[in-house]
Design a protein around this ligand. Structure first.
Ligand code: NDP
Length: 264
């Protein structure tokens, strides 16, 4: 049986095992997916090889370490400089980022989008901003503090901290901050959000499985809203395709969605 894991710290909360194992079962694939708690991200490649894993996902806080340690990084991950998927290809560790295309697929259900305001500047924001930029969708980053904006400036992405933001029109507002995850905060000033929502059509929160204060406010202001479930599912489906080397049809992806929602 082929072995797969998710590396993280903490990792106990992860729903990836339920989702991936549901996919293996639906496909009749001889694989098992488990959790691997990893303290020190710098040894991620050694752990991957030592345990004879065929593939892995990587979550917080190891995505940058996983990028730096891989034998080969493919696709948009080279620009993002963070990866969430490892594959064992003839003893070589190949790395991908499926968060970026997973996000793009998740927002397909909205109408045509030309411009996006992206709240937050962490690892997820990097993946989302570069994915949007690659699709020629105009993206503006707004973050609480200045420190993380350097990366975006180097990629010619307009970026502001709360202090110097200038409001304009956006089709979609994305919350990629962790505000709303545990603490019930808005990701930025309420008045600023309400002003942006006056002209925006859609709001997306990367947080999965709850209506965050951000989404609630967007809905109150008449926007179409979506949480992070589809993003989580699609990044998992794309990783699953790398794991199994097979294209996933709707039956398998819906089995994976069911697995994701499994409360057991
Ligand atoms: P990071 O820790 O890398 O970045 C967090 C960002 O949030 C920073 O820009 C930080 O600002 C900002 N922030 C944190 N707290 C607040 C607050 N109270 N108010 C305003 N801004 C705040 O996190 P990630 O990018 O890895 O993850 C972000 C979110 O995305 C998480 O909630 C995570 O669960 C979710 N996620 C969802 C996925 C999915 O598939 N649905 C996939 C990956 C992530 P500052 O720079 O000032 O500290």
């Amino acid at each position: 049986m082929e072995k797969f894991v998710i590396f993280g710290n903490p990792v106990s909360h992860s729903k990836s095992p339920q989702m991936q194992n549901a996919g293996f079962k639906a496909l009749n694939y001889d694989g098992n997916y488990d959790k691997h708690h990893l303290e020190d991200g710098s040894i991620i490649k050694e752990e991957f090889i030592k345990n004879s894993y065929e593939g892995a996902n990587i979550t917080v806080p190891h995505k940058e370490h996983a990028f730096a340690n891989a034998d080969e990084v493919r696709g948009i991950a080279k620009k993002i400089q963070a990866v969430n998927t490892y594959i064992n290809e003839n003893g070589k560790v190949i790395a991908y980022n499926t968060d970026a295309p997973g996000f793009l697929k998740a927002i397909e259900s909205f109408g045509k989008i030309k411009s996006v305001l992206l709240l937050g500047a962490g690892g997820t924001a990097k993946a989302i901003a570069l994915a949007l930029q690659e699709k020629n969708i105009e993206v503006t980053v707004l973050n609480r503090s200045e420190g993380k904006l350097e990366f975006f400036k180097n990629e010619n992405i307009t970026s502001y901290s709360w202090d110097n933001f200038e409001i304009k029109e956006f089709d979609l507002v994305v919350n990629s901050t962790s505000a709303g995850l545990k603490d019930d905060y808005l990701p930025c000033d309420k008045k600023l959000l309400e002003d942006v929502f006056k002209t925006a059509k859609y709001a997306f929160d990367c947080v999965y499985g709850k209506i965050t204060p951000f989404l609630a406010l967007a809905k109150e202001n008449g926007l179409e809203i979506k949480d992070g479930e589809d993003m989580l599912l699609y990044q998992g489906v794309l990783a699953f395709e790398y794991f199994t080397k097979q294209k996933v049809d709707n039956t398998i992806s819906e089995a994976m969605r069911k697995g994701l929602k499994d409360k057991s």
